[in-house]
Design a binder for this molecule. Structure first.
Ligand SMILES: Cc1cc2nc3c(=O)[nH]c(=O)nc-3n(C[C@H](O)[C@H](O)[C@H](O)COP(=O)(O)OP(=O)(O)OC[C@H]3O[C@@H](n4cnc5c(N)ncnc54)[C@H](O)[C@@H]3O)c2cc1C
Length: 381
């Protein structure tokens, strides 16, 4: 067992930390205030190779892999969970094309997606119930030389900046084949964003509706095969979505810990910094344990993906553990700040709001327990 990060991973961490502190940190306050997506920054991250970190070099990426992606999202999330969330969902959309695209689709989309010249959203959830695929009502009607798509997706990250939507729809008139996946390009008549949600956190990362109204999609835009939609959604959501959420959670925990230690060293009570109080030590020690335990789970799950293995059970367990740990850490950082923790401008309250959004995103933590629990009991059965 080797706990020593590879030299390339350490270099990446250093480079992303510098980038995040130089380019992202100055924008955080404005993102909080306006809730607007800093598109130029996303494009810059694309040019930097951050979007294509799991995309092989021959397809336009850097091919560093899933563990490198985890480190990247962690370092971005340490400065801005919203930016890390935007990036991870763009990688999720691109990941579906990378894993299931035909040679023609990869040729058309992978380079621009890896370089951030094109931005992809993964559009699965509908108002009928995110946890229950039976709630997907979006329909794709086979019209011979094209499909006709109708439906409305909700809670889609990057909805209003996406150039390409990966949609899961019911393949109408093919009941046995059920769900299929489709690539829909911006500018296709009938495809447009709907309402942008006002969220408690992740300000500067847009989450909203994507609408399909009598949208004609060429046959060659079917992703994978007819009937493969759910398999595509499940692999995409596990390998890219949930692992991405975990990366954001690690960054939030690191930021919470650093903010708590800093504040405790500066706040003087009883003639001494509160970092001398045992109650503060306890909170900081618990935050550290939560962060390190999450990191070990997360890095191992990402490493399994880099070995070409399925890791749905490990990823589901890591997602609920790390996101709940992020909530605990953010809450402790807030508590250590006393009343300052509830004041805007002190990052602790932002960490709390952002951490809560990690719980439902890409599958609620109840569903994570269902996925992990079912798989573990089946192994013993
Ligand atoms: C910030 C954010 C970003 C998101 N980005 C995307 C995106 O890019 N693309 C996308 O497609 N979706 C996205 N989503 C949607 C997300 O995947 C769904 O919110 C999630 O799947 C849950 O669906 P729901 O909100 O409809 O909750 P519901 O499914 O309605 O669940 C309601 C409650 O019932 C519980 N529950 C449901 N089923 C079970 C069960 N079997 N056992 C125990 N409890 C259960 C849930 O845990 C929850 O507490 C995003 C959500 C958020 C918050």
């Amino acid at each position: 067992m080797n706990f020593q990060p590879a030299p390339g991973q350490e270099l990446l961490r250093k480079a992303v930390r510098e980038f995040a502190e130089r380019e992202v940190a100055p924008l955080v306050e404005e993102m909080e205030r306006t809730d607007e997506v800093p598109l130029d920054l996303i494009k810059k991250m694309g040019a930097q190779g951050y979007l294509g970190v799991t995309v092989p070099a021959e397809e336009g990426g850097t091919g560093l892999g899933h563990l490198a992606r985890m480190i990247l999202l962690e370092e971005l999330g340490r400065v801005s969970a919203a930016m890390s969330m935007s990036l991870q969902c763009l990688q999720f959309g691109a990941g579906c094309v990378r894993e299931f695209g035909s040679a023609g689709q990869k040729e058309r989309y992978m380079r621009p997606l890896a370089k951030g010249e094109m931005l992809a959203a993964a559009a699965i959830t509908e108002a009928g119930g995110g946890s229950d695929p039976a709630g997907i009502a979006t329909e794709a009607l086979d019209c011979g030389d094209h499909y006709l798509l109708n439906g409305r997706k909700v809670f889609i990250t990057n909805s209003h900046i996406a150039d390409l939507g990966v949609f899961i729809a019911r393949t109408k008139d093919a009941p046995k084949k059920e769900f299929s996946a489709f690539l829909v390009e911006k500018g296709t008549p009938g495809f447009h964003p709907g309402r942008a949600e006002k969220k408690i956190g992740f300000h500067g990362c847009v989450t909203g509706e994507l609408v399909l109204e009598n949208c004609r999609v060429p046959k060659e835009n079917l992703l994978g095969e007819e009937g493969q939609g759910l398999a595509i959604a499940l692999k995409g959501v596990s390998d890219y979505g949930r692992t991405g959420i975990v990366g954001v959670a690690l960054g939030l925990m690191q930021a919470s810990l650093e903010a708590a230690v800093k504040f405790a060293g500066e706040r003087v009570l009883y003639g001494k910094p509160i970092s001398a109080l045992p109650a503060v030590h306890f909170r900081i020690a618990e935050m550290y344990a939560d962060l390190e335990a999450s990191r070990l789970l997360a890095y191992r799950a990402a490493w399994l993906l880099d070995q070409g293995r399925r890791a749905d059970t490990e990823i589901a367990a890591t997602k609920f553990f790390a996101t709940e740990a992020a909530l605990r850490c953010a809450r402790k950082a807030m508590d250590i700040h006393g009343a300052y923790g509830c004041i805007k401008g002190y990052a602790a309250e932002r960490y709390c709001r952002d951490a809560q959004l990690l719980v439902p995103a890409d599958g609620t933590n109840d569903i994570m327990r269902v996925v992990a629990g079912r798989s573990l009991t089946a192994r013993r059965g």
